[in-house]
Design a binder for this molecule. Structure first.
Ligand code: PBG
Ligand code: ZN
Length: 339
């Protein structure tokens, strides 16, 4: 088919134009009718930081507009989100005590466990998702138990750390979490947690796996927010190389086989090719617009270099267009005011 055609109509008039005029579908009144992707409040998950070391909301310097909340205030915050139309939150905890074995992470009186109970008591229909990882709770800042020597230094021990993840997941389920979200990128974490939950009678608790999680510089602001930076090495011996697409697909496929209910691609924005491919696996897929994606937009908007609302709505719509069924974003509250 040629874009440029020469036609003559019945009156013998000669046209030197493309017949497939794409601008026909872009008139202002027709456009909404043909829109393929619409962002709704039901797509959104709001991350929340609960901090055991504070009694007042603490602003997060690297993430303007975001706070670490004391547990006493958490149902109030959940209420504000609920009133806006948000139906799902993802909880991260900052404990008062850290040690090598992340013991605060599975304490029934731990910060996340308390927050879950308070939110579920006040808003039983709020979907409460918990991040299952150890990096906020370990003194070294890695996502599980470290030891041995790999790649020249101490490293995350896989199978030893799985037992820790089982305990964390069970403690969250016991507190009333609807969905547990392991983010440690350990091999076998989904099957291990599924078995543990089922053994304890929590077969209705979903697992949203951070199934394809890249070792990304875009988590930088979060590590200040959650005090989860590491004291040695980095996370590239367990999180994925951003350069690898086939491996990214395989990571998520394995988690499907292990029994995950929801898969995830994280970060979302720079990895939409990966997200689109993983969506073909058939499970629901979450896209996580991470702290760095948030802070870049905030910083540029603060300088007047981009328009915040337009940029946020564009980036989130694109994540949905690529195949995300749910989107975890620090903009969730603001977006609900715009939709
Ligand atoms: C913990 C965890 C991280 C994020 C979510 N869960 C940090 C990391 O892996 O270092 C990042 C979230 C964000 O940047 O918004 N494993
Ligand atoms: Zn972690």
């Amino acid at each position: 088919m040629h874009l440029q055609t020469v036609n003559s109509n019945v009156r013998g008039k000669v046209h030197m134009f493309p017949q497939r005029r794409m601008r026909r579908v872009r008139t202002r009144n027709v456009q909404p009718l043909l829109c393929e992707t619409t962002l709704t409040k039901n797509d959104l998950v709001a991350p929340l930081f609960v901090d055991e070391t504070t009694t007042t909301p603490k602003p997060i310097g690297s993430m303007p507009g975001q706070f670490r909340y004391p547990v006493e205030g958490i149902s109030g915050i959940a209420g504000k989100l609920w009133e806006r139309g948000i139906r799902a939150v993802l909880l991260f905890g900052i404990p008062a005590h850290k040690d090598d074995a992340a013991t605060s992470a599975y304490d029934s009186e731990g910060i996340v466990q308390q927050a879950v109970r308070r939110i579920k008591a006040a808003y039983p229909d709020m979907v409460v998702i918990t991040d299952v990882c150890a990096c906020e709770y370990t003194s070294h800042g890695h996502c599980g138990i470290v030891g041995g020597i790999r790649s020249g230094e101490k490293d995350l021990l896989n199978d030893e750390s799985l037992l820790l993840m089982n305990r964390i997941a069970i403690s969250h389920a016991e507190a009333g979490a609807d969905i547990v979200a392991p983010s440690c990128m350990l091999d076998g974490m989904v099957r291990s947690i599924r078995n543990a939950l089922d053994d304890e009678g929590y077969e209705d608790v979903l697992i949203m796996s951070y199934s394809t999680k890249f070792s990304s510089a875009l988590y930088g602001p979060f590590r200040e927010a959650a005090e989860s930076g590491f004291s040695f090495g980095d996370r590239s011996t367990y999180q994925m190389n951003p350069a690898n697409g086939r491996e990214a697909y395989l990571e998520s496929r394995l988690d499907l086989e292990e029994g995950a209910d929801i898969l995830m691609v994280k970060p979302a924005g720079p990895y939409l090719d990966v997200l689109a491919e993983i969506a073909t696996l058939g499970l629901p897929v979450a896209g996580y617009q991470v702290s760095g994606e948030y802070s870049m937009i905030k910083a540029a908007a603060e300088r007047g270099w981009i328009k915040e609302k337009e940029t946020v709505l564009e980036t989130l719509t694109c994540i949905k267009r690529a195949g995300a069924d749910l989107i975890i974003t620090y903009f969730a509250y603001d977006v609900c005011g715009w939709l």
